[in-house]
Write a new protein. Structure first.
Length: 409
């Protein structure tokens, strides 16, 4: 019989191979390359975007290694090959065109010789957290298409308004995080828009009424919040609080089969987005300031706590979606959303609960309440409090396990 010392290496090899196959099988498939976008000549910007100040990238010169840049570009920030041809890089550094066309100015950043880890988040006693309750809610809920009212003929039913649920959640969460020692600011405190502009302000430029409304609530509102977050609040971390919903085709049966959960970080830029000068700039700013890498360990803990504590199932993006899986097993994805792109601080977007799932709808009808009530045989907090408590618990566990998180240099 062979000695154990001879068999052991073979056994370990088999284990490692089996583990690798298991990971490869369970990891969500990566998206296919998107077709190259037609290139404009001269400046090109996202809707309501402004030309970036490229000199703001200079502070990143010599700060990131070529290996880190290539890995983060491919694994988090860009869909396959989407950065070409405006961004080129070699082992020495990266060159980005300020706009398309011949003789376009460029910015060149050299790579660092050594890899260095992303800076940890500040400790709880020093961190300033901005809570961004998604959407507007209130009287704007119908206009922003965030008003789910499947029994509209029944006046006793409370319409499900994502903006109102998110604001109620943020108010509870603020209290909990302040008790833990954090400084917390709400990006909006009412069901009113942050922007002073209204749909009619966009009618001259966007003559279609529905389009003007979309520019108002999807673009101008988020740009106003970004200005507030970046210029006034200046947080170390942002949580964008949302509730999810599944699409439905049959108005008689709008009910979603699964009550799911996922988290989003900024990334997964498409070729058609990186054509825009401002989006190229914003992607590189996130990549070099390592916002996703800095937020990821906390996002992982939050994901673990939500899936452990609540009866939510992990959400999977289809391989065709413009999203990149950032974690091999957890439902944490990179997506380029206007808010997480414009917010300069590390930003975690939460998408727990499906509002057109029957249980969630039922819990919205119960309203907010103190203590616990029986839901399907289990005592549960009100929906908005459960969301706030679970997120606070995830943050508390993260800081308990990472006591050495230190202030930024
Ligand atoms: Zn939302």
């Amino acid at each position: 019989m062979r000695k154990l010392s001879q068999i052991l290496p073979l056994f370990i090899t088999i284990l490692l191979v089996a583990g690798g196959i298991w990971l490869a099988l369970t990891r969500p498939p990566r998206p296919e390359p998107t077709p190259p976008a037609p290139l404009p000549v001269g400046p090109a910007l996202a809707t309501l975007g402004t030309s970036p100040d490229w000199s703001r990238l200079q502070k990143f010169d010599g700060t990131l290694s070529a290996a880190s840049f290539g890995r983060d570009l491919r694994e988090i920030y860009a869909l396959p090959e989407a950065w070409q041809p405006a961004i080129t890089f070699d082992p020495g550094g990266v060159t980005v065109k300020h706009h398309h066309g011949e003789n376009a100015p460029t910015t060149h950043l050299s790579f660092a010789a050594q890899d260095s880890p992303a800076a940890p988040l500040p400790p709880l006693s020093e961190i300033h957290i901005a809570l961004d309750p998604g959407h507007i809610g209130g009287e704007f809920a119908i206009l922003e298409q965030r008003n789910f009212q499947p029994f509209s003929e029944d006046a006793s039913q409370i319409p499900v308004r994502e903006g109102d649920l998110a604001l109620a959640t943020a108010r509870h969460l603020k209290k909990l995080l302040e008790e833990m020692g954090a400084t917390v600011t709400l990006v909006r405190e009412t069901s009113e828009p942050v922007t002073d502009q209204r749909p009619q302000d966009f009618l001259p430029a966007f003559p279609d009424r529905l389009l003007a409304e979309k520019i108002f609530y999807r673009t101008a509102e988020i740009r106003a919040r970004a200005e507030l977050v970046n210029e006034v609040i200046q947080p170390d971390l942002v949580f964008c609080l949302h509730y999810n919903a599944d699409a439905w085709n049959d108005p008689a049966d709008p009910w979603a089969p699964r009550n799911h959960f996922h988290l989003l970080l900024n990334g997964a830029y498409m070729a058609g987005e990186l054509v825009h000068d401002d989006e190229r700039f914003e992607m590189l700013r996130h990549l070099f300031s390592r916002t996703a890498r800095r937020a990821l360990p906390l996002a992982q803990k939050i994901s673990d706590v939500f899936l452990r504590e609540l009866d939510l199932v992990p959400y999977n993006y289809s391989p065709a979606a413009p999203a990149l899986p950032v974690d091999p097993v957890r439902p944490i994805y990179a997506r380029n959303l206007l808010a997480n792109r414009l917010y300069e601080a590390p930003t975690i977007f939460l998408e727990p609960y499906v509002m057109n799932h029957r249980e969630v709808y039922h819990r919205v009808q119960l309203g907010d309440y103190e203590g616990f009530r029986e839901i399907n045989g289990t005592p549960r907090r009100s929906l908005v409090r459960e969301y706030a408590y679970t997120l606070a618990q995830g943050i508390a566990e993260f800081y308990r396990e990472n006591p050495r998180t230190s202030p930024l240099p």
